[in-house]
Ligand binder design. Sequence first.
Ligand SMILES: Nc1ncnc2c1ncn2[C@@H]1O[C@H](COP(=O)(O)OP(=O)(O)OP(=O)(O)O)[C@@H](O)[C@H]1O
Ligand SMILES: [Mg+2]
Length: 430
Amino acid sequence: MLYENVSKIFKNETALRPEYIPETLPFRDAHLNRLEHYFSEFIENPGSVCPKVILVGKTGTGKTVTARKFGQSVETRGKNRKVRYIHVSCFIHRKLFSLLRDIGQQLGLPVPKRGLSVSDLIQLLLDLMEERDLYSVITLDDVFHLVNSSDEDEDQLGSLIKLSEEVYYRCGKYRFCFILISQDTSFLDRLDRSARSILGNVVIEFEPYTREQIYKILEQRAELALREGTYSEDVLQMIADVAGVDEDDLSRNSSYRGDARFAIDVLWHAAKIAELDHAEKILPDHVREALKHAVPGVPREYIENLPLHKKLLLLAIVRALKMRRSEAYVSFGFVEEVYGMICEQYGEKPRRHTQLWEYLRDLRSLGIIETRLSGKGRRGRTTLISLSRDLRAEEHIDDMSRRISVSIPAEPLENLERLLEELIKRELGE
Ligand SMILES: Nc1ncnc2c1ncn2[C@@H]1O[C@H](COP(=O)(O)OP(=O)(O)OP(=O)(O)O)[C@@H](O)[C@H]1O
Ligand SMILES: [Mg+2]
């Protein structure tokens, strides 16, 4: 892009994108080695064993990037590419059917879009894999969503795990093995006993990053992404101070602490602001400004890529929640009213009720919001809406009753509102 060619700050902006995989992952060698260790037999001797490993850690601790890095080495070594690495986001694919289809597509197998039941689709996948003698290490990322999304009682994850074993009885070889990623191990409680025992208990923990570690990670990214002389140690240190945990206080509860994604996002934002400012380099003020913009939780691309009216509806939800600060949920009716006002503000023609319903469902399936039905009230049941767990920074789970009490702090709402307003303005060319 012309714009990037003339940038005084960036030399390679993609190195600050969330999906970028750096050459080396500082502080995650031990984790990678453990993955190598557990999967080496499957890779050397495809189908002989069926390892299953669980990666757990708080947001931004490098679970996804470590699994992908491991995947790169599987892809280069996997016995003439018989062993393939597949990474599926359960955040996007929340139903077994769509998840299996994605696996099929990533394996390059001809899987039809519709017309098959889940069990037909499984049969087809296995037949095709056998025919081509393929094996696969499958990472189910954010597997938590697969366990929680089913409205029905079916146990999607349990079925998948059991399937990996059943295949063995069918053809004497294991075709899949799994890496499961989640922020904690609570999803295991939802599995039945046999699925849990098949899964085993190999858990690799990802600790939150300390300030020094975040500093090193930022340094690596800054060298790749930014021109020399455009950033100082102080600027990186400022971000690391906010994003890293103190060495002696790993339990610190802020949602930003130990989160490399947050840190990298702040650096990217600060660089962008410096550029807009026509500055020669990133200054502490740019970092302060960037800190105001950062939204922890849901990946930024999900929000950036929403079509205009879904952004407007999300903005309406955010504003409605801000107006009813003391409540964790707002009603769909109220959100619609606010949406109407927002459309007026931007001179946009409001979408109809039924269309908004669909948007609401889509926002929910992307994991940005959550909905539930109210108890029977004065006017029957209404749909109540809140931000997703990931965006509600403060949440307290009572271990005894497993009840969740929620309070939405001001910051995520304000930041999300600002981000949406910026994106909408840009889109409308204002
Ligand atoms: N050790 C590391 N070295 C370099 N970059 C890292 C490291 N750990 C994380 N990152 C970067 O930080 C960002 C967040 O990491 P990642 O997506 O792997 O987190 P995660 O643990 O999967 O978080 P979540 O639970 O929110 O999905 C990514 O851009 C990743 O490249
Ligand atoms: Mg992740």
